[in-house]
Write a protein that binds this ligand. Sequence first.
Ligand code: SAH
Ligand code: DHB
Ligand code: MG
Length: 221
Amino acid sequence: MADQDSRAGERYATAQILDYTARTHHPADPALERAFEAPARHGMPEIQLGPAEGRLLELLLRLVNAHKVVEIGTLAGYSALWMARALPPGGHLWTIESDPTHAGVAAEVIGEAGLGDRVSIIRGDAAEVLPKLSDSGPFCAVFVDADKARYDAYGRWATENLRTGGLLIGDNAYLFGRLLDDVVEAAAMRRFHEEMAKHYRSVCIPTPDGLAVGLRVDPEA
Ligand code: SAH
Ligand code: DHB
Ligand code: MG
């Protein structure tokens, strides 16, 4: 029974099935499609979330009534756009990006979508930005999708700065298949998982590279 979730190789999702389910559940949306294509258009790495993962972020944020959200790793603003759409009036997303080119493209993408007033793109290294951002908390959700060697530090910051019932979400939770290897990024990612398991009610969803999701539980409970 221990390996119920590890029936590796059983892949029922064909490209055609994924296309059908995406079209059916979240019909084509020109602004999101433009944002998805922005990295390719600007010669940036194409490492944004997939559309179903973006949709999942939107739903998760809606489920916890998230109104103050932090993203670490903006790229061209694709995941930010999904999350910004989940916010109620007056809600806000702070998204941190260290690469000036990426931040510039993201500002364009978010502006074109008409969501500039709900999103602050903070330019800088998350390690320097996060301590200052604490003043704007506590937050309802933190999405981690930047440098993998610092996921442990980002997870600890989230635990300090999320409200009870808030969400911590981490992309690339399988670390490109290297989660169990003897490298620094893997040790940091495993500490991120362990931090979540300790302070959250959590799960790692088997997306292509794993999406860890945790609900912050009452520290006193
Ligand atoms: N969340 C995005 C993808 C992020 S890709 C989406 O799904 O659309 C990872 C991004 O993190 C890259 O743009 C990279 O420049 C940025 N990044 C890496 N290390 C960082 C750091 N220390 N601080 C801020 N951003 C960082
Ligand atoms: C890379 C980073 C990501 O966040 C991702 O989802 C895929 C790839 C990378 O740095 O290569
Ligand atoms: Mg990622």
